[in-house]
Ligand binder design. Structure first.
Ligand code: SF4
Ligand code: SF4
Length: 85
């Protein structure tokens, strides 16, 4: 499986540290001098995408991860499955 790639757009980052706080696997480190967050342990990322969701600057981009569609949110799929319930 390919590793997840996490990119932070440094000019967009406003140093709020929300991503540092929310990440369940402590992927980020806050650089006090630069007042920016940095990716420290990308290998620990579980691709929950919480950081990208919470970032107020939309500064975090992920690639290389596998997205699993939540079938119960897919109305077309639910309609097809509904016949068997
Ligand atoms: S949540 Fe976004 S703006 Fe805040 S520190 Fe992280 S990357 Fe920067
Ligand atoms: S996607 Fe989840 S695990 Fe990966 S860096 Fe963001 S918050 Fe952490």
């Amino acid at each position: 499986m390919n590793p997840v790639v996490i990119e932070i757009h440094e000019r967009a980052c406003r140093g709020c540290e929300l991503c540092v706080d929310i990440c369940p696997t402590k992927v980020f480190r806050f650089d006090q001098d630069a007042r920016l967050c940095k990716v420290e342990h990308a290998e620990d990322c579980i691709a929950c995408l919480s950081c990208g969701y919470i970032c107020p600057s939309h500064a975090i981009k992920h690639s290389g991860h596998h997205e699993v569609k939540n079938f119960y949110r897919d109305s077309e799929f639910c309609n097809r499955v509904g016949r068997f319930l």
